[in-house]
Design a binder for this molecule. Structure first.
Ligand SMILES: Nc1ncnc2c1ncn2[C@@H]1O[C@H](COP(=O)(O)OP(=O)(O)OP(=O)(O)O)[C@@H](O)[C@H]1O
Length: 246
């Protein structure tokens, strides 16, 4: 049986008194790619951030590799070593070089040997065609380059699960493809388990094993990727796809 990486059960989240996520249930097996799609404000970012402990939740359970998460700051800090996340805003440290951005957490948090991590970081940088920028500072890089570095930084922790929250949303169109290709390769070559929030429908159609379609904080449908894009189950999802000109 394929190993279960994540299971979300009856997850409810509130901002103050207002409920933003309603009874979210889904699971994710090793190597699977799930995309979260839905209109603006449907709760996609909130959900993916909740899965990394960046947003607290009030009711429900999240299991990671079969173990129920005790949602304390300490536990999340530990789990973030295994659940990598990349954001729209890169969040690189401006005062550190590219290489030091990548080495920081594996050496300081995981206590791994600096020379080993450095060797691996250079291989990862080579893979995203940025080995020549190892000693640059983030301000010297384009948005697309910064986002490729942010992905490498997350991968250097050897995550079991990667979360991507609209990682191409701030990029100029010509930068988008390079970043999406890296994510696609992570799936094809490394069989990385991933949850992806994106507005890039063609990319979602290529990469999604499953789509969770959200509206008003609820999962309206959960459909295999190919089927979702060809024959969505709900009229609302069909309307959404046509509004995205897919
Ligand atoms: N910190 C917050 N406090 C209160 N409300 C919030 C907060 N963050 C998000 N919201 C609201 O929660 C709802 C869901 O937002 P969220 O960003 O998760 O949606 P989304 O589907 O990711 O949208 P988009 O595609 O526009 O990024 C929206 O109505 C948003 O205004």
């Amino acid at each position: 049986m394929t190993e279960e990486i994540l299971k979300v059960e009856h997850l409810n989240k509130f901002y103050g008194d207002w409920q933003v996520l309603h009874d979210i249930n889904f699971d994710l097996k090793k190597g699977e790619v799930v995309t979260l799609l839905g209109p603006s404000g449907s709760g996609k970012s909130t959900l993916i951030r909740t899965l990394n402990g960046l947003e607290p939740f009030r009711k429900g359970s999240i299991y990671f590799k079969g173990k129920k998460i005790d949602p304390t700051p300490k536990e999340w800090q530990k789990l973030r070593q295994e659940i990598g996340m990349v954001f729209q805003s890169y969040d690189l440290f401006p005062n550190l070089t590219v290489l030091d951005n990548i080495l920081l957490a594996p050496t300081k948090v995981q206590g791994r040997n600096r020379a080993d991590v450095k060797k691996e970081a250079m291989e990862l940088l080579d893979r995203v065609d940025l080995a020549d920028q190892a000693n640059s500072y983030p301000r010297q890089l384009s948005g697309g380059q910064k986002q490729r570095i942010a992905i490498v930084r997350a991968l250097a922790m050897h995550p079991e699960l990667m979360l991507f929250d609209e990682v191409t949303a701030s990029l100029d169109p010509e930068m988008v493809r390079g970043v999406l290709e890296i994510i696609k390769e992570l799936s094809d070559r490394d069989h990385m388990t991933m949850i992806i929030v994106t507005h890039e429908m063609n990319f979602a159609a290529q990469i999604a094993d499953r789509v969770l379609f959200l509206e008003n904080g609820r999962i309206l449908e959960e459909t295999p990727g190919k089927q979702f894009f060809e024959h969505p189950q709900t009229a609302r999802a069909a309307e959404f796809l046509s509004s995205m000109e897919f």
